[in-house]
Design a protein around this ligand. Structure first.
Ligand SMILES: [Zn+2]
Length: 94
């Protein structure tokens, strides 16, 4: 099974609006700027926080909103984490 997908978020304000430093080099063959390197530094566009270690949260599948999971979890129907819960839902649908 593949790694669960995540969303990288700002460690300070939890915004998803973060950018990673990178640089590009000109490729004369393709006539395009091509990504050369991606650096560790992450900058938040919302609060300007800079760090090398952004937080992450589970990627939310639109078909299975996290709200629904929380409702079921709150009701004691499931103690599974969101991603496990989602995997279980997908399984029981097929
Ligand atoms: Zn931030």
């Amino acid at each position: 099974m593949s790694e669960p997908r995540v969303v990288k978020i700002c460690r300070n304000c939890k915004s998803e609006n973060i950018r990673k430093d990178a640089d590009a080099v000109w490729n004369p063959d393709t006539q395009e700027w091509e990504l050369n390197a991606v650096y560790d530094r992450v900058t938040c566009e919302d609060c300007s926080d800079q760090s090398n270690w952004p937080d992450e949260k589970p990627y939310e599948d639109d078909r299975f909103p996290m709200e629904e999971w929380q409702r079921e979890a709150g009701g004691g129907d499931t103690v599974l984490g969101y991603l496990d819960w989602r995997a279980h839902k997908i399984e029981s649908e097929s």
